[in-house]
Design a protein around this ligand. Structure first.
Ligand SMILES: *[C@@H]1O[C@H](CO)[C@@H](O)[C@H](O)[C@H]1NC(C)=O
Ligand SMILES: [Cu+2]
Length: 163
């Protein structure tokens, strides 16, 4: 049964090698724990982030206090508020980034955009995030490599049983 053993081993090796290249869409909570509100620097928040097609933006806020409009670059700059029926108002608005390019979002309440910086501009990139390098400093990195070690060990165990 050497060939069955080989098939299992090769399958496991492929799985372990391929795992880090499987990328998942990222869900960004705009403003992190602060959420979507006045007087928060969303450009600073976005500056060190990479947005890819398929990722999601989640705007979290108290219903009625804020809202979300997707606007163009001109309306973003001038804080031009579109008609109210175009607003997202759920307080937990999820926007999937469907296309690459520049995207602009503003709050349409009173002067939140014009006077309180409640506006976000991002650039969405084609493709998906590169596989993260093994990062033992983060819990996620440890989980990923721990998971791979587990898979490899399980593979060897299964291979031994099959043999
Ligand atoms: C931007 O949006 C505004 C308001 O929705 C619209 O009047 C304007 O024509 C748009 N500008 C461009 C360049 O698309
Ligand atoms: Cu607002």
């Amino acid at each position: 049964m050497a060939s069955a053993k080989l098939v299992v081993l090769v399958s496991i090796i492929i799985a372990v090698v391929a795992l880090p290249t499987v990328t998942m869409a990222t869900e960004f909570w705009v403003g992190d724990a602060t959420g979507w509100t006045k007087d928060f620097d969303y450009q600073a928040w976005a500056k060190d982030k990479m947005f890819y097609v398929g990722d999601k933006l989640v705007f979290k806020y108290q219903v009625g206090n804020h809202n979300v409009f997707k606007v163009n670059g001109t309306a973003f700059k001038d804080c031009t508020i579109p008609p109210a029926n175009g607003a997202l108002t759920s307080g937990n608005d999820v926007i999937t980034l469907m296309t690459p390019g520049n995207k602009w979002y503003i709050c349409g309440m009173a002067t939140h955009c014009a006077e309180h910086m409640q506006k976000l501009a991002i650039t969405v990139m084609e493709g998906s995030a590169p596989a993260p390098a093994p990062d033992t400093n983060s819990a996620h990195g440890m989980f990923t490599s721990g998971y791979q070690i587990f898979l490899a060990a399980a593979g060897i165990f299964v291979a031994m049983i099959v043999a």
